[in-house]
Design a protein. Structure first.
Length: 233
């Protein structure tokens, strides 16, 4: 299903993100707590959420950055431990395939994103059309790791024919909201996302891998030149 927009072809990527952020409001149930992800597309959803904030109980956030944005709008943010389940989690993706499997973590919030996604009965992915791929692996795969394991995890990926690079910020290793580091892995073709996620998550020192297969999308709202296209999995 596509939501038509007459002049969509002239819209910028930023405007497409705003369109899918607005479209995601249809999945937010009045009176409930909504799961909120992280990133530039999610920021547009948070802006849209401001318009209906009086009708929701609050949000569970996947990052400190999103928490700050939500609180600045007067939206109550619950700790994940205060919530037993969520009806919906709304977040972006760095890649999404035809089955709803995703690569996430470009914003370094992958572990918390996966925790909140696991609380939700439905994952609604909001993205622009450039994120839709036939096979995962084009985007460098983020892996959150304990600092003392960086070297050995990098070598395990190298043994698979890939290259793992420590993510830096201001010339030093980036530190996540959880106090860990990120490896970005290039040169992968992830043919079996479920098996790949399960394997890498078992490596000692891995906090989580940025493949979202066990917590895949139920719906993707995709910003395209023809409008917002709804993909259901």
């Amino acid at each position: 299903m596509t939501t038509p927009t007459a002049s969509i072809a002239s819209y910028s990527q930023d405007e497409l993100k705003a369109l899918v952020g607005q479209a995601a409001l249809a999945y937010v149930k009045p009176g409930e707590i909504v799961g909120v992800g992280t990133g530039s597309t999610v920021n547009k959803f948070i802006e849209a959420l401001d318009g209906i904030k009086s009708s929701i109980a609050g949000a569970v956030s996947s990052s400190e950055a999103s928490t700050e944005r939500l609180k600045a709008l007067g939206i109550r943010v619950f700790d994940a431990n205060e919530v037993s389940s969520l009806s919906v989690y709304i977040d972006g993706a760095d890649e999404i395939d035809g089955q709803g499997f995703m690569v996430k973590g470009g914003g370094a919030a992958l572990t918390r994103e996966k925790i909140v996604a696991a609380l939700a009965r439905r994952f609604v992915c909001i993205a622009d059309a450039s994120k839709l791929v036939d096979k995962l692996g084009r985007f460098p795969l983020p892996v959150e790791v304990i600092p003392m394991a960086v070297g050995q995890i990098a070598r395990r990926f190298e043994a698979m024919g890939a290259k793992a690079t420590l993510r830096l910020k201001d010339g030093a290793a980036l530190v996540t909201d959880n106090g860990q580091h990120i490896l970005d892995v290039q040169g992968l073709e992830i043919a079996e996302p479920l098996a790949f996620e399960s394997e890498v998550n078992q490596w000692p020192g891995v906090v989580t891998v940025g493949v979202f297969a066990h917590q895949k999308a139920s719906v993707c709202l995709l910003g395209t030149p023809e409008g917002v296209k709804t993909l259901e999995y």
